[in-house]
Design a protein around this ligand. Structure first.
Ligand code: B12
Ligand code: SF4
Ligand code: SF4
Length: 386
């Protein structure tokens, strides 16, 4: 029997273009196909990245290494992968307040793209006379090297900033992948040199992203040390932000798009229009004072349905304290002093640091006597380097 179950095995289905247009009709801006045969693109780079501990505390990436390197462990009998893109970026950040990653200004893409993938599954079933066991879809959180497969499928090319860069949409593209147990004709990659030169195929001599990164996290073209990356430090990293990176975080309260924003390829990016996006622009209207005074209730109400909710209030307050210190916001000292009494040690630690950076040390001196938590005491004692 064919891997993947008999009849539907290796047969090329009648009209792949019909499938492509039906999937585009669900709101996907890009629909590309590639074969999953041969070497897994980016596989060696991924293993070497893990070897160097560039993933930091994201242990789930290491745990899923075997699957990421072999789609057959994800869906036995898979023959093709459908790579989908949803264009989301067209709004420069509002310079006045704290800066949010652009993707955070929409309803959580995991929540909006998943139902569309579910519908895509139904389309695939009808189109190919397949069953739900013949495909598997993911957006972001699955064990699939989405950017590398997307490069092979010609969604775009890999920039020196490690982003998947589309000619039509720049890097403002969410990616999703569907593994299928049927053969689809492979679309061409952006450049035939892709296999030899996976990174920076169309970057030329430009190094704008590497030069602009405030923490030098792009340690070589296309290679990012997550432990230094502001996106990792403000979202994925759950503990105390190491002091050495705090000032480089600047105004970035959640995620970072600096290496994306400076990329000249984004000049050609079209305006986002997918029905899968729901703007939540009000988030970037919040002042730092409003953020520093959020309660569990107001946090839940404001960030409901956004990716930020997963950071939790303590993570957001941690980041807000860092931004307040970086902005020299002495007018926010009263709010920060209150946070030095917050029930979460993580918040107290960053509040203590911010108060000290802003010159308000004597205002929290009395709190120090009753402090028991090691991570907070360390902030009272630390030598300030900013
Ligand atoms: C872990 C992760 C992170 C980590 C690590 C990022 C990284 N660069 O590795 C952190 C938290 C830092 C992060 C940050 C961001 N992320 Co992220 N992240 C992921 C996740 C879950 C896995 C990525 C991964 O496996 N990284 C390991 C590296 C080695 O693999 P890679 O970057 O995917 O693949 C590269 C290498 O294989 C390389 N490569 C291939 N061959 C070779 C050969 C050589 C010699 C070299 C050097 C490299 C190389 O090219 C590939 C593309 O860069 C993916 C979703 C997924 N399932 O893939 C989303 C994903 C990559 N993230 C995404 C986004 C949007 C972001 C942010 C923009 C969010 C933000 N605004 O804060 C930033 C961008 C930072 C950046 N410049 O990469 C999108 C990217 C979309 C796109 N157009 O590229 C993805 C695909 C999620 C999605 N479904 O849309 N992310
Ligand atoms: S997201 Fe920000 S910190 Fe991370 S590599 Fe890009 S510019 Fe550097
Ligand atoms: S900024 Fe320049 S080097 Fe970086 S990805 Fe864009 S074109 Fe490539």
């Amino acid at each position: 029997m064919e891997p993947g179950g008999g009849r539907q095995g290796t047969l090329m289905k009648p009209d792949p273009e019909q499938l492509r247009s039906s999937l585009a009709g669900l709101g996907f801006d890009v629909v590309r196909f590639t074969s999953v045969g041969g070497n897994t693109p980016g596989g060696a780079a991924f293993s070497s990245w893990l070897e160097q501990n560039h993933h930091g505390e994201m242990g789930w990436l290491r745990r899923s290494e075997a699957k990421r390197l072999n789609p057959q462990l994800v869906l036995e009998g898979a023959q093709s992968m459908i790579l989908l893109g949803v264009n989301y970026g067209n709004r420069p950040p509002d310079d006045a307040g704290p800066i949010w990653a652009r993707y955070a200004l929409h309803r959580d893409y995991h929540d909006t793209i998943k139902p569309a993938l579910e519908s895509a599954g139904k389309v695939i079933e009808t189109w190919g006379e397949l069953t739900a066991r013949d495909y598997r879809y993911y957006v972001d959180t699955g064990p699939v090297l989405e950017r590398s497969w997307a490069a092979r499928a010609g969604v775009g090319f890999t920039g020196k900033n490690a982003m998947l860069m589309s000619r039509d949409y720049g890097n403002w593209l969410f990616l999703a992948a569907i593994l299928v147990r049927c053969r689809l004709p492979s679309d061409e990659p952006v450049s035939h040199r892709w296999e030899d030169h996976p990174v920076g195929t169309l970057c030329g001599h430009c190094t704008a992203c590497m030069d602009a990164c405030p923490t030098d996290a792009l340690v070589s073209p296309g290679e990012l040390d997550a432990r230094r990356c502001i996106s990792y430090l403000t979202i994925e990293h759950k503990g105390v932000i190491p002091q050495e990176w705090r000032s480089a975080i600047g105004d970035r309260i959640y995620g970072c798009d600096i290496c994306a924003e400076v990329c000249p390829w984004n000049r050609f990016a079209q305006t986002a229009k997918s029905i899968l996006l729901e703007k939540r622009n009000h988030i970037d209207q919040l002042s730092l004072r409003e953020i520093l005074t959020l309660t569990p209730e107001s946090f839940a109400a404001v960030f409901k349905g956004t990716a930020v909710k997963r950071l939790k209030l303590r993570g957001l307050l941690r980041n807000a304290c860092v931004v307040a210190a970086n902005q020299g916001a002495v007018d926010l000292l009263p709010e920060l002093v209150k946070l030095a009494l917050h029930p979460e040690p993580l918040v107290r630690a960053h509040a203590v640091w911010a108060v000290r950076v802003l010159g308000g040390e004597q205002r929290i001196e009395s709190l120090r006597q009753s402090e028991q938590e090691r991570i907070v005491l360390a902030e009272y004692e630390a030598e300030l380097t900013t």
